[in-house]
Ligand binder design. Structure first.
Ligand code: ADP
Ligand code: ADP
Length: 223
């Protein structure tokens, strides 16, 4: 069951002499439940690819399918709704809301959507990520690893089919990175989610099911 697919995906920035071909004819297929690590040198096009997969930015050419749906055939407001329902984003910089405590941060996207809170599911996520004693804390009282675990819980809480993570361990030391990655992998397996994660850390890439190597905007290897 293919959940994510690109067809001749191209993204060019700028034009004329200043044109940068960030992605050129990228064709990939990702199965439901897979954990894919995206690796490649700085500037090779990894973030651009993740933005296209998540519908955060439009391609110059080509298509992105989530399930059977070409996501760029949606109007902008429909795409925003689709994105909120289907995709969870995790960033290097955590992006927590500093005035909200851990619990409030985790349920923030659900409450924005006016969706009902599935208490049992949330409790389970919170336990899986080891946050049960931190629910009343503000983000600035937490370590980097704890903050990223909150961001992961928030991304998972709205039950997206796909999680897209851009260097989630980029701000963490290696011991904390391994710990956070262990919990992230355990969570996506437990909840059957598909994870596409950019990393420049080779040890971390090894724990993925498959590794996608991007070179100069092209797929160099996907095994
Ligand atoms: P990576 O994530 O692998 O570091 P990026 O996808 O960020 O690579 O960038 C790929 C190429 O596209 C780089 O040459 C980068 O400078 C360029 N690029 C990325 N975003 C923009 C943008 N908004 N405007 C112009 N060029 C960009
Ligand atoms: P990182 O710290 O991993 O580089 P950033 O926080 O800089 O990630 O975000 C990367 C990109 O994603 C930016 O272009 C930003 O506009 C976009 N972005 C950040 N947060 C969100 C969000 N919650 N929803 C959608 N897009 C976001």
């Amino acid at each position: 069951d293919t959940i994510l697919k690109t067809k001749n995906l191209c993204k060019y920035y700028g034009n004329g002499e200043n044109e940068v071909k960030a992605l050129q004819d990228v064709n990939i297929e990702i199965e439901r439940g897979e954990f894919v690590a995206v690796v490649g040198k700085s500037g090779s096009g990894k973030s651009t690819l993740l933005h296209m997969l998540g519908g955060l930015d439009h391609p110059t050419d080509g298509k992105v399918y989530i399930g059977k749906k070409n996501i760029f055939s949606y109007k902008e407001d429909e795409l925003a709704v689709f994105r909120r329902r289907k995709i969870g984003f995790i960033f290097q910089s955590f992006n927590l809301i500093s005035s909200l405590n851990v619990w409030e941060n985790i349920i923030f996207p659900i409450s924005l959507d006016g969706k009902k809170i599935d208490e049992a599911f949330l409790k389970d996520i919170i336990q899986t990520l080891g946050l049960e004693k931190k629910l009343h804390n503000l983000p600035n009282t937490l370590s980097g690893g704890q903050q990223q675990r909150v961001a992961i819980a928030r991304a998972i809480a709205s039950k997206p089919e796909i999680l897209l993570a851009d260097e989630p361990t980029g701000n963490l030391d290696s011991k904390t990175s391994a710990e956070v990655m262990g919990m992230l992998k355990m969570s996506v397996e437990k909840y059957g989610q598909t994870l596409v994660m950019i990393t420049h850390d080779e040890d971390i890439a090894q724990i993925a099911d498959r590794i996608l190597v991007i070179e100069d905007g092209k797929v160099a290897e996907f095994s």
